[in-house]
Design a protein around this ligand. Sequence first.
Ligand SMILES: Nc1ncnc2c1ncn2[C@@H]1O[C@H](COP(=O)(O)OP(=O)(O)OP(=O)(O)O)[C@@H](O)[C@H]1O
Ligand SMILES: [Mg+2]
Ligand SMILES: [Mg+2]
Length: 298
Amino acid sequence: MEDNDWKLLKIIEISMKNHEWVPIQDLRRKTGFHEKEIVFRLGRLNKFKFTNKSNYGYRLSHWGYDALAMNAFIKKELIAGIGGKVGVGKEGDVYHVLLTNHREAVLKFHQLGRTCFSMGKRYREYLANKRHISWLYASRLTAAREFEVLNMLFPVVKVPEPIEQNRHAIIMGKLHGEELKRVNLLEINVDPEEFFWKLMVEVKKTYKLGIIHGDLSEFNILIDSEGDFVIIDWPQAIEVGKKGKLDKLPFEEVEYDEEFYLKRDIENVVRYFKKYGIDKDIDKLYNYVIGDITSENI
Ligand SMILES: Nc1ncnc2c1ncn2[C@@H]1O[C@H](COP(=O)(O)OP(=O)(O)OP(=O)(O)O)[C@@H](O)[C@H]1O
Ligand SMILES: [Mg+2]
Ligand SMILES: [Mg+2]
């Protein structure tokens, strides 16, 4: 890829605001390239599968979008290398990356439509003005949202450190661990009761900062062999006191119920701990999280 290939790809990206398929004449005009150069570069972008072609013109592919985000991280001299996928067989596109400062991190590409999520007023207003919203903008917004939530929580709550966001991709700190789902706490000498309360403390701190996870479960808690942990996967997080929720495309606004989501999060955690013989009352835990009551008699 040469600079002019990137330039053309970016112009296709921008033109997708107004087109499903960007006509070749538009691309010629916007790039100022000669007919020959356009044809040559489009041929290359297509060969790399960074674009798709139809009778109506060209459009950016998922791979092209990924490439633009990656290129931005590389241009910023942030990423030194990219490794394999994290968590084999996962739906989510999360990769190991090495940063130029020699730190290991993870890169998460957001794809729209897998989970529902809620967003703030700013996004709703933005979306209201965008009749032809596409996966491109939607996945960018979910990434921006997750990055924003991580920034609100880190480092008070145990979440991955937010490092950078570009388009639909975020780079965040890596925990060398596994999903709680796949770990036996007793094997790593972690006391389940103690760990349960550590999690509840994080849920409470999160709530105090005005956030409810909304998809909390043993799949979104990572724990390492030392018992250190982080809570991940925040794009659908709900802001306490903010009304209205955006669901999947076409982003219809529906009422949501904070109590419902918070209780569901708590319930998911409680359900997981049952196998360790721990049984807790959801209502009492809910009051613990939202109120000032102590954990002593729960
Ligand atoms: N900061 C991190 N450090 C280490 N591994 C991570 C990190 N973030 C994500 N992962 C791994 O990638 C997987 C997917 O991440 P995450 O849950 O954020 O994405 P998702 O696409 O929303 O997935 P899901 O389909 O579960 O909703 C995690 O289950 C975990 O194995
Ligand atoms: Mg997840
Ligand atoms: Mg998720």
